[in-house]
Design a protein around this ligand. Structure first.
Ligand code: NCD
Length: 325
């Protein structure tokens, strides 16, 4: 199959009304029915200019499960974009799009996904640029929706979702937009003393109808929320001397670390999620508790990435491809 369209997946902002839940429904179908062969005779090119474990292997696994072949790089130093020869990002994208049917790019540069989409003659999936990691946001929304539905009989539009750690990274920023669009009514943010989430982001959530709480108490978040998503601290603060953390900038303060004790003390039933990799945000004691959802989240990444491929290849359910019929 040759895929020549401009159905890029660069930002959650590009998803039209109904498309978010349509994609999540398609991911449910991919999870439950495992469509095979939908991308047969297609070459997917993962171009990873930044290190990755879950995202690259997840996109490669999803491509292989759909019958595609994979030809790309995990490290730009194995290509002419290496430090030694410095072929430009633009030329690298143009070159690969002359060979592949679909590009999956982790650029790490500002608007790198959008730039690649403007240059490529095949669809581009943004696997993480400086601002946005839209597939991870979709995986996180899918995980919340699926776990709440399956294990609690709840829907997202009655859920209380909590966040610890950074609220402005490339995973959380698009996730919050998705949760607002999916009608999550209550969101709690755990903040460190003297810090606050981005005011425009809070205003956007309130305008979307969510009730938003900002608290310094981990216990409040664990006790009240149905799902708690943890991320590392915002290390971008370290670039601004006036906002720098004291001590180890990458380590969460002990009072904000999710531990087995904190879960027992609060009687929390919250699903604990994390895009990973973790630093000290979640203690390994939590791994054995029923709350731990971060490795289930990794497993859910495959059907979600299969659904993203189906969207860019124009073969989502409803588009009459037999694999999704
Ligand atoms: C991200 C990563 O590893 O780069 N996690 C993920 O893709 N599951 C986290 C990040 O964006 O820093």
């Amino acid at each position: 199959m040759s895929i020549r369209n401009t159905n890029h997946f660069v930002s959650v902002d590009d998803l039209g009304d109904g498309e978010v839940s349509g994609l999540l429904d398609a991911a449910d179908a991919c999870h439950d029915e495992r469509p095979r062969g939908a991308l047969a005779n297609t070459v997917v090119a993962p171009l990873f200019f930044q290190p990755s474990t879950r995202t690259r292997l997840g996109f490669e696994t999803a491509a292989l499960r759909l019958g595609a072949s994979v030809a790309g790089f995990a490290d730009p130093n194995s290509s002419r974009a290496s430090a030694a020869t410095q072929e430009s990002y633009e030329d690298t994208i143009r070159t690969v799009s002359a060979m592949a049917d679909l590009i999956v790019v982790r650029s790490g540069i500002d608007q790198g996904g959008r730039l690649a989409a403007s240059l490529a003659s095949c669809p581009v999936i943004n696997a993480g640029d400086e601002r946005e990691h839209p597939s991870q946001a979709l995986i996180d929304a899918f995980t919340m929706r699926r776990l709440l539905r399956e294990d609690r009989g709840m829907s997202l539009d009655s859920a209380h979702v909590g966040f610890t750690g950074c609220t402005s990274n490339r995973c959380t920023t698009p996730l919050l937009k998705l949760l607002a669009r999916l009608g999550v009514p209550r969101i709690s943010f755990l903040v460190e003393p003297g810090r606050s989430p981005d005011a425009a982001m809070l205003a956007g959530l309130r305008t979307a109808g969510a009730s938003v709480r900002v608290t310094e108490s981990l216990d409040d978040v664990l006790a009240d929320c149905d799902v708690v998503s943890a991320t590392p601290r915002d290390t971008r603060f370290t670039r601004d001397a006036t906002k720098a953390y004291e001590g180890d900038a990458t380590a969460m303060p002990a009072s904000h670390v999710i531990t087995g004790d904190a879960i027992r003390r609060t009687g929390s039933r919250a699903f604990i999620m994390h895009p990973l990799p973790r630093r000290n945000e979640i203690s390994t004691c939590v791994d054995h508790l029923p709350n731990a959802a971060y490795f289930r989240q990794v497993a859910f990444s495959i059907p979600v990435r299969m659904a993203i491929y189906a969207r860019v290849a124009n073969i989502l359910p409803g588009n009459a491809h037999p694999a999704f019929a």
